[in-house]
Design a protein around this ligand. Structure first.
Ligand code: SIN
Length: 333
C-alpha cells in the first residue's frame, strides 16, 4: 500500500472510531422551568428525569433547570427552537403569541373543576391543541395540572370594584389583560422570576397564582389578602422542539412517551394535594397576616358579570368550535 493510501486508511479508521464514540453519547434532554422543585411541575420534571435515567440509562440523560435558572418562560420557546433546551412546561397562559386557540384555557369561569379540564384536554379538540404550534416548530406532549388561581393583593377585594386603580402582575395573556381592564385595574405582564421583587418594590399591588406558587415564592409574607374566586385554573403544556422530537430514534421516542404518560398521571394526581398543603402552610405561617376570602352568591355573581363578557371578545381568535368543545366537556358522558 502506498504511503498516501495508508494515511487515507488511517484517517478513515479514525473517523469511524470517532463517529462510533459520538453515536454512543447519550441524547441530552435539558428541561427548563420557572417554579420551585416542591410544586407540581417541579416534582414532575424531577420524576421525568429519574424515570428516564432508570429506563434509558446510557441512552438518554436529563438535566432539569428549575426556578428560571436557565430561561424565563418568555425566553424558553425561542430557546427550544434554537436547540438551547429540549423540554419545558410553560403555563398555558404563556402561549398567547404562539397559538391563539390555547387562550381557551384563560377564559374566566369556563371550567367547573379539574375533571372538566381533563375531559376537554382528552377530547379530540383538546388533544389537537397539543399540535397547535407544530408548524412553528413546537410540539406539545402533555398537559399537566397545577391548580386554581387565587388573587393576592394589598387590599381586600370584596367586589370587583375594589380592584379599581390597582396594578396586577399577570402572565402574558391578552385575556387576563382584558379581565383586569374590565375591573378598572391594570394588568402588567412580567416573567414569574420578577414577581416577588415587583411586589416587594411596590411595582404591583396584586397578582394571581396557585397556592403552591404563592407559598414557594413566599407571597403570603408580602400580601395580606387572598381572594379565591374559582375563575381560572393554572395548567401547563409540556413542550419540546418538533424537529428534536421527530429526530429521536423511534424506540426512544416511544419510551419517552410512555414515561411522560406515567409522569402526567402522577403530577395530575398530586397537584390538588400540593396546593392544599401550600395553602395550609401559608395560612399557618402567615397567622392573622393572611386573610382568605371566597366570594359566594351575589358577590361571586358580580365577578362573573364583570369577567364573562371577555369570552365574546376572544371568540374569533380562539374559535367557537374550541370554546364549544370546552363548554361541552362539562357534561359527563
Ligand atoms: C408557573 O407556574 O410556571 C408560573 C406561573 C406564572 O408565571 O405565574
Amino acid at each position: 500500500m502506498g504511503f498516501l493510501r495508508k494515511v487515507l486508511a488511517l484517517i478513515l479508521g479514525l473517523s469511524v472510531l470517532v463517529s462510533a464514540a459520538v453515536a454512543e453519547e447519550p441524547i441530552l434532554i435539558r428541561f427548563s422551568h420557572v417554579v420551585g422543585e416542591n410544586t407540581p411541575k417541579g416534582v414532575g420534571a424531577n420524576l421525568f428525569k429519574r424515570l428516564v435515567e432508570e429506563r434509558l440509562a446510557g441512552r438518554v440523560a436529563v438535566e432539569v433547570y428549575p426556578a428560571s435558572q436557565k430561561f424565563s418562560d418568555d425566553e424558553v420557546l425561542n430557546a427550544l427552537l434554537f436547540g438551547d433546551v429540549e423540554m419545558a412546561a410553560p403555563s398555558l397562559a404563556k402561549f398567547n403569541r404562539w397559538a391563539k386557540a390555547l387562550q381557551v384555557f384563560d377564559l374566566p369561569f369556563l371550567f367547573e373543576d379539574v375533571d372538566h379540564i381533563h375531559r376537554f384536554q382528552q377530547s379530540d379538540v383538546g388533544r389537537r391543541l397539543l399540535s397547535s404550534m407544530t408548524s412553528r416548530g413546537i410540539q406539545g406532549l402533555a398537559f399537566w395540572d397545577n391548580g386554581p388561581r387565587v388573587i393576592s393583593s394589598t387590599k381586600k377585594l370584596n367586589t370587583p370594584g375594589d380592584a379599581d386603580g390597582l396594578v396586577f402582575r399577570i402572565e402574558p395573556s391578552d385575556v387576563f389583560q382584558e379581565q383586569y381592564a374590565r375591573i378598572g385595574a391594570v394588568g402588567v405582564a412580567m416573567p414569574f422570576s420578577r414577581l416577588t421583587d415587583a411586589i416587594r418594590d411596590g411595582v404591583v399591588n396584586g397578582q394571581e397564582n396557585t397556592w403552591s406558587n404563592i407559598y414557594s415564592r413566599k407571597i403570603h409574607k408580602l400580601h395580606r389578602h387572598f381572594t379565591e374566586i374559582g375563575h381560572s385554573h393554572l395548567g401547563y403544556m409540556v413542550i419540546t422542539g418538533a424537529d428534536f422530537w421527530r429526530g429521536l430514534p423511534r424506540d426512544i421516542r416511544a419510551s419517552l412517551e410512555e414515561i411522560l404518560a406515567e409522569v402526567t398521571a402522577e403530577v395530575n394526581g398530586l397537584a390538588a394535594e400540593k396546593n392544599e398543603e401550600a395553602r395550609n402552610k401559608a395560612m399557618a405561617e402567615g397567622g392573622e397576616g393572611v386573610v382568605v376570602f371566597a366570594p359566594i352568591d351575589d358577590q361571586l355573581q358580580a365577578w362573573r358579570d364583570a369577567w364573562m363578557p371577555v369570552w365574546s371578545r376572544f371568540e374569533p381568535d380562539i374559535g367557537s368550535d374550541v370554546i364549544d368543545a370546552a363548554v361541552n366537556a362539562a357534561r359527563r358522558q
